[in-house]
Write a protein that binds this ligand. Structure first.
Ligand code: SF4
Length: 449
C-alpha cells in the first residue's frame, strides 16, 4: 500500500461491517418483538442457524470473542440443557418446521461440550428444523482440542466444513499471545478431518500480533498453504484492552504499527496468491475450486456475523449467549451476559435483550455496503431499482467520497462505485462513506489497517 495511505489511515478506526447498522448501534429489544418477528417469517424461508458455545479450556490473551473459561469442563453439561430449551422456545414461535440450509457452531470452542453434547445439539436441531439434504454443517475447531473420537462424531453428524483457529505457527509469537500450538498438531488435525471425510477446511491466520514479523507470518502462511486447506481467513489483531481487559497480557511485547501490519498482510496475500489461492473480499482467500471463490466470481458472496459466507439463507437464527439473529425485520441479540441468559432461559422466555428494527433505507444501505465488501463494487442504480427507494438516498457522504476519489481509493463509473483491486485493504473505509450512523473515531472499532 502507498505510504501516504498508510500514514493517512494509521489511526483510523472503522467497523468490520458484518452487519449494518453495526452492533454498537443496537438498543434494547423486547423479547415480544423478537417473537413477533419469528411468527411473521414466511414458512418456506430458508434458515441459517448459528449456535454460540461460549466455553474455552484456556484463555488466549489476544481473544476478542465472547467466551468464558471452563478449565475443568464442568459447565458444558448444564449449558447444553439450557441451550436445548432455548431452541425449543424459539422453534415454538416459528410458523412451520422450517428448512435449514446452513448450520454453524461457533464460540468459544464448540467442541467443549464433547461429542455427546454435540450429538444432542445437532439432533435436537434436526428435530425442530428440516435440514436440506445439501445443507452445510460447519464448526470452529481448536486444534489443541481435536481427537479421533470428536472427528468421527462430527463426520457422523454430517459436518462437512471445519474452521481451524491457528493464527500463527511461530513459537515466539505463540508464547507472546498465550496460545502454544505446535505445527504438528495443526497438521494432525487436518489429517484427521480429511481421513473422516471432512475436506472443506478453513484456516484462520492473524497478523499484527506481538513479536510477529513479515518473515514470521510469511513462513506460517507458506507452511499452512502446503497443507492445502480450501480457505484462509486472515484477520488483523484488534487490540481493544478497554473492552477486553485480558488483552493487556499481550502488551509485554510491542505491537506492530500500521505500516508493519500492512506489510504483514501483503506478505500473506502475496504468498497465498503464489500458492494458488484467490483473494476474496477484505480478508479471505480460497482455492479456485472452493465454493467461496465460485460465489465471489458470480456475485453470490454474502457477509454476515461470521464474516464472508456463501450461505444463501433468507434469515439467520442465533442461539446461545450473545448470538445474533438476522431476520427480515431486523437484528435480535440474545443476552451476552451469561447469568441473564440463564435466567431468561430458565424462566421460559426468549433471551433476547438487544437489537434493532431495520428501516427501508437501512436495508438499502446494508445492501450497498454488503456488495462493496463482497464485490469491491456496487451498482447504486440497481439497488435503488430493487428497493424502490430514491437513488439520492444511497449516495455516499459527498466530502468523504470526494477525498477517496482524489486518493484513488474508489471511483465512480456511471451508477457503479468501484474499489480498485490494490485498495482491497481499504474496503471498510469505502463502506464507511455510506454509513449513516458512523460516529467519528470510535475507539470500539478495529483499526482500519
Ligand atoms: S480458543 Fe478462541 S475463543 Fe477460546 S480463548 Fe482462544 S481465541 Fe478465544
Amino acid at each position: 500500500m502507498r505510504p501516504d495511505l498508510v500514514h493517512l489511515f494509521e489511526n483510523a478506526r472503522v467497523p468490520r461491517y458484518t452487519s449494518y447498522p453495526t452492533a454498537n448501534h443496537f438498543g434494547p429489544l423486547e423479547a415480544a418483538t423478537f417473537v413477533a418477528w419469528l411468527r411473521e417469517l414466511a414458512p418456506d424461508s430458508r434458515l441459517s442457524l448459528y449456535v454460540h458455545i461460549p466455553w474455552c479450556r484456556h484463555l488466549c490473551w489476544y481473544c476478542g470473542c465472547h467466551t468464558w473459561i471452563d478449565a475443568a469442563g464442568r459447565r458444558a453439561g448444564p449449558f447444553v440443557e439450557r441451550l436445548l430449551r432455548e431452541i425449543d422456545r424459539v422453534a415454538a414461535e416459528l410458523p412451520a418446521r422450517m428448512p435449514v440450509v446452513h448450520l454453524h457452531l461457533g464460540g468459544g470452542t464448540p467442541s467443549s461440550v464433547g461429542p455427546a453434547g454435540l450429538c444432542r445439539i445437532v439432533e435436537h436441531l434436526r428435530d425442530h428444523f428440516a435440514f436440506a439434504p445439501d445443507a452445510e454443517l460447519a464448526i470452529e475447531l481448536d486444534p489443541r482440542e481435536v481427537d479421533e473420537a470428536l472427528v468421527e462424531t462430527l463426520a457422523e453428524l454430517g459436518f462437512t466444513r471445519a474452521s481451524l483457529g491457528v493464527q500463527t505457527l511461530d513459537p515466539a509469537v505463540q508464547e507472546a499471545i498465550g496460545r502454544i500450538q505446535p505445527a504438528a498438531l495443526v497438521e494432525r488435525t487436518l489429517h484427521l478431518l480429511r481421513a473422516a471425510g471432512i475436506g472443506r477446511i478453513s484456516v484462520d491466520l492473524m497478523y499484527g500480533l506481538p513479536r510477529q514479523t513479515v518473515a514470521s507470518i510469511r513462513e506460517s502462511a507458506r507452511r499452512l498453504a502446503d497443507l492445502g486447506p480450501t480457505r484462509f481467513a486472515v484477520f488483523g489483531y484488534a487490540h481493544l484492552p478497554q473492552l477486553k481487559k485480558h488483552q493487556r497480557l499481550v502488551e509485554r511485547h510491542p505491537l506492530p504499527g500500521a505500516a508493519e501490519r500492512v506489510a504483514q498482510f501483503e506478505a500473506v496475500a502475496e504468498g497465498l496468491g503464489r500458492a494458488g489461492y484467490v483473494a476474496i473480499g477484505l480478508d479471505h482467500f480460497a482455492r479456485p475450486d472452493d465454493d467461496m471463490a465460485e460465489a465471489a466470481r458470480t456475485g453470490r458472496l454474502r457477509r454476515n456475523f461470521q464474516g464472508y459466507t456463501v450461505d444463501p439463507a433468507d434469515a439467520l437464527l442465533g442461539f446461545g449467549p450473545s448470538a445474533i439473529s438476522d431476520l427480515p425485520q431486523g437484528y435480535a441479540q440474545m443476552a451476552p451476559d451469561l447469568n441473564l441468559w440463564r435466567r431468561r432461559v430458565d424462566a421460559g422466555e426468549p433471551a433476547t435483550v438487544r437489537g434493532r428494527a431495520l428501516t427501508a433505507p437501512d436495508r438499502a444501505i446494508r445492501a450497498v455496503i454488503e456488495r462493496i465488501m463482497c464485490d469491491l463494487a456496487v451498482d447504486l442504480g440497481r439497488i435503488a431499482a430493487d428497493t424502490g427507494l430514491p437513488r439520492a438516498l444511497l449516495e455516499p457522504d459527498p466530502a468523504r467520497f470526494a477525498e477517496l476519489e482524489r486518493l484513488g481509493i474508489a471511483r465512480r463509473e456511471g451508477e457503479v462505485i468501484r474499489v480498485p483491486e490494490e485498495m482491497r485493504p481499504l474496503l471498510r473505509v469505502v463502506a464507511a462513506c455510506f454509513d449513516r450512523y458512523l460516529a467519528p473515531a470510535t475507539a470500539r472499532h478495529a483499526a482500519a489497517l
